[in-house]
Design a protein around this ligand. Structure first.
Ligand SMILES: *Cc1c(COP(=O)(O)O)cnc(C)c1O
Length: 444
């Protein structure tokens, strides 16, 4: 096989000036793989001649791809603030700056500085949560899915959990309440019908083996028409009467009243917590607007039991999560909502959004775009079927081609009635210049 002899040696290939300044051992790793593939291709007759230049190019391309970041920023011009595919809640630069001091240094994460002894990881946010929400205690885990799992595994292993059929939801494909319940070891006891569940259905289901009466937020859909569900307060009362635990998987939870009358469809956390439920859990990065986390609040006696479950060690959160959460809580306590990007974007007045859109439009060719009123949704499995106003820059032209061209440049817009829209509500102010440059590149 003459061809095999033409395969270059790894070292010789990678010491070529073509690769000057690049890391030799990484180059060698890549080169070895490429050469191995070439050898196989020659042996199987797929390659009839070797091309050293093409080989070097391929090695360099792979090297550059490996070292370019896979996770990269995008400009979200969909108008959907809690975009599940684009990272849900954002963290503000101000908050990140404050926490960098903690996460780049050793800290008192589990160290009690007064006593010089081991401290409690979860203590750092508990005072804030207690003050903000008036709860007895709090526990933070990796995400709300983990919170659901931990609660059921702790209190309902091989015991029955009563849930309404109308609340056996699936969230974003990978999280199905009935599946998570089974995995946790809990026995699911479904009551009612898809569209109607009454308090009676819960009370009829209670047996010696019942441990929890659970309510699950429907999150990404609503049932309209001939429908009824049971208020959590009534479930709480029934649970108390029978000495059972009441638990509400709230999905998302919010603190301050929401704009655009959005608070009318569901209560803020403080209201839900008014009657001291046993346990409630919600996501840290939905409407709460902080980092990915599962926040469990409720009665101290139950949180204490959760803390003793070995599973918690697997679900525990890192200093990064805790420090960001602490800063978000401080922002809430001082009503500094501007530090919480999710809220800042939600509260943006359409008048201001219009001004921003018009300012951007003024540096474009007059016939290329128009500023229009539009509507958007919150996303992330929150506030189902609730819409609110927004403002978009309609870029004129073939919508599908524009969508693709912008997407390639890292700008994700949306198509509505064959129009390509850049919804300004989710475009960060410090990204406006970059967005304008991209628009100008595409719309010539
Ligand atoms: C979103 C959601 C979850 C999952 O929360 P994550 O923080 O994404 O793990 C669980 N239950 C409900 C009702 C939800 O809406």
């Amino acid at each position: 096989m003459e061809l095999l002899k033409q395969i270059p040696q790894v070292d010789k290939l990678t010491s070529d000036d073509f690769f000057i300044g690049l890391n030799q051992s990484l180059l060698n790793k890549i080169a070895r793989d490429k050469i191995e593939i070439l050898r196989e291709d020659i042996l199987s007759g797929r390659v009839e001649k070797t091309d050293n230049y093409a080989l070097k190019e391929a090695i360099k391309t792979e090297y550059e791809e490996l070292l370019s970041s896979s996770l990269k920023p995008l400009i979200n011009a969909t108008g959907v603030i809690l975009h599940t595919n684009m990272g849900r809640s954002l963290i503000s630069k101000e908050i990140l700056e404050k926490v960098s001091n903690v996460i780049c240094n050793y800290s008192n994460l589990e160290y009690n500085q007064d006593k010089g002894s081991r401290g409690e990881r979860y203590e750092h946010v508990s005072k804030h949560f207690k003050t903000l929400l008036d709860v007895e205690d709090v526990l933070v885990v990796n995400n709300n899915a983990a919170a659901v799992f931990l609660i059921l595994n702790t209190f309902a292993k091989e015991k029955e959990v009563v849930v309404s059929r109308g609340e056996l939801v699936e969230i974003g494909g990978s999280f199905r309440i009935p599946d998570v319940m089974r995995q946790s070891g809990a026995v699911l006891y479904e009551v009612g019908a898809t569209n109607k569940t009454k308090l009676e259905d819960y009370s009829n289901a209670i047996s010696d083996n019942t441990s929890i009466l659970m309510k699950v937020h429907q999150s990404n859909f609503t049932i309209e028409g001939f429908s009824a569900d049971v208020d959590f307060e009534d479930i709480q009362r029934l649970a108390a009467k029978h000495g059972l635990l009441d638990y509400y998987d709230l999905g998302s939870g919010y603190v301050a009243p929401l704009p655009y009358n959005l608070s009318s469809s569901e209560h803020p956390l403080a209201k839900i917590l008014q009657k001291s439920p046993s346990l409630i859990s919600f996501s840290g990065d939905k409407l709460f607007g902080s980092v990915q986390a599962g926040i469990i609040v409720g009665k101290k006696e139950f949180i204490d039991v959760l803390k003793k479950n070995q599973l918690l060690r697997m679900l525990r959160v890192d200093k990064i999560t805790l420090s960001i959460l602490e800063e978000t809580l401080k922002a809430y306590l001082q009503e500094e909502y501007d530090l919480i990007p999710t809220l800042k974007m939600l509260f943006f007045d359409t008048k201001i959004l219009r001004q921003r859109a018009e300012k951007m439009q003024s540096s474009l060719k007059i016939e290329a775009s128009e500023v229009i009123d539009t509507i958007t949704v919150m996303g992330g499995g929150t506030l189902p079927n609730r819409e609110f106003p927004s403002i978009a820059l309609h870029i004129k032209g073939k919508a599908s081609s524009l969508e693709r061209a912008f997407r390639k440049k890292g700008v994700i817009g949306r198509i509505e009635e064959d129009k390509f829209l850049l919804d300004i509500r989710t475009v960060l102010e410090d990204k406006e210049v970059e967005l304008l440059e991209i628009i100008n590149e595409i719309v010539k």
